[in-house]
Design a protein around this ligand. Structure first.
Ligand SMILES: [Zn+2]
Length: 311
């Protein structure tokens, strides 16, 4: 049986026919046109469904959307970058196509894909942390996304790890996201560069044309003391949040995606060491959460949306 997955983003709406094993059989995409308003977005989704429907049969449609979405009511409660506020997306798509769609938050459905057919395949439970502009998160336990009451759960990026710390986009201070996103890493890198004019980070940034999430890691590889200190500081905060996640959920797998996760073992090896030190009962627990990289890349959202339709 095949399912249709839709990944609704601020720039494009991507759709794909996906089989039960999570393999994408056919894909299509069209611009979102946020500026034309909510009904135009629903028109775009309907047109994409019609396009992918041609010659295909599928047993359900799932859609991943940024922001807070409620699969119970079919409503997008708030997706600010799509300008959807309390918009009944399920009713709008049904009116245009006759299909009932399932709805999930984009980070949650991406985590569902990693849990079922990616980094967490076969595992009891998987948490996905995306280290990008912010810290995205999805929690999947025994094959089910944790969505909470009305769909607003799993915002682990907004747990405070440092009271009165750096300001966060959510209005609080000291959130996990304000210390562990790529944005935070770049902030730490720039501050260390200013304080250390002799650091190799200056040369690395010049070679890449800008300071980015790789600058400190590359400088560390070259034996730079200030770069090494930035990586250690970043890992310290990341480990604090990751240990909280382990202490709350004790997932079998925590899988990392996003720009910073591309560092692979250069990030994960020191992170494991730090988390081992902090994790509750570490010495006595016989099995431990495994920290790994995600495997599905940018296609996780689309695959996860389709797998949601299967549930
Ligand atoms: Zn926050």
């Amino acid at each position: 049986m095949n399912y249709l997955g839709i990944d609704l983003g601020g720039t494009n709406i991507k759709g794909g026919v996906v089989d039960e094993a999570g393999k994408i059989l056919r894909e299509a995409s069209r611009p979102t046109h946020v500026e034309l308003g909510p009904d135009a977005i629903a028109d775009g989704i309907a047109a994409l469904i019609n396009e992918l429907e041609a010659g295909e049969s599928f047993s359900g449609i799932g859609l991943g959307c940024p922001g807070t979405v409620d699969d119970e009511s079919g409503e997008v409660a708030c997706a600010f970058n799509l300008n959807l506020i309390h918009y009944d997306l399920r009713a709008a798509v049904k009116a245009r196509t006759g299909y009932e769609i399932r709805l999930g938050n984009d980070a949650n459905v991406a985590a569902l894909a990693e849990a079922l057919v990616g980094a967490g395949k076969g595992a009891h439970s998987t948490v996905v942390l995306t280290l990008g502009t912010g810290v995205g998160c999805g929690v999947v336990i025994e094959g089910r996304m944790l969505v909470g009451y009305t769909g607003a759960a799993s915002e682990l990026g907004h747990m405070v790890i440092r009271e009165d710390g750096e300001p966060c986009t959510c209005g609080r201070k000291g959130c996990f996201e304000a210390y562990s996103s790529a944005t935070a890493l770049i902030r730490m890198t720039k501050a260390a560069m200013e304080a250390n004019p002799e650091s190799a980070m200056h040369a690395v940034a010049a070679e890449n044309g800008a300071v980015d999430g790789r600058t400190a890691f590359t400088a560390k590889e070259r034996g730079d003391a200030a770069g090494t200190a930035v990586v250690a500081e970043y890992v310290k905060y990341l480990a604090s949040g990751v240990t909280n996640v382990i202490n709350i959920f004790f997932p079998e797998i925590i899988a990392f995606s996003g720009g910073v996760a591309n560092q692979g073992e250069a990030l994960l090896a020191p992170l494991r060491e730090e988390v081992d030190r902090l994790e509750f009962g570490h010495k006595y627990v016989k099995k431990h959460t495994r920290l790994v990289q995600c495997t599905l890349g940018y296609q996780a959202g689309l695959i996860g949306a389709a797998l949601l339709a299967k549930q």
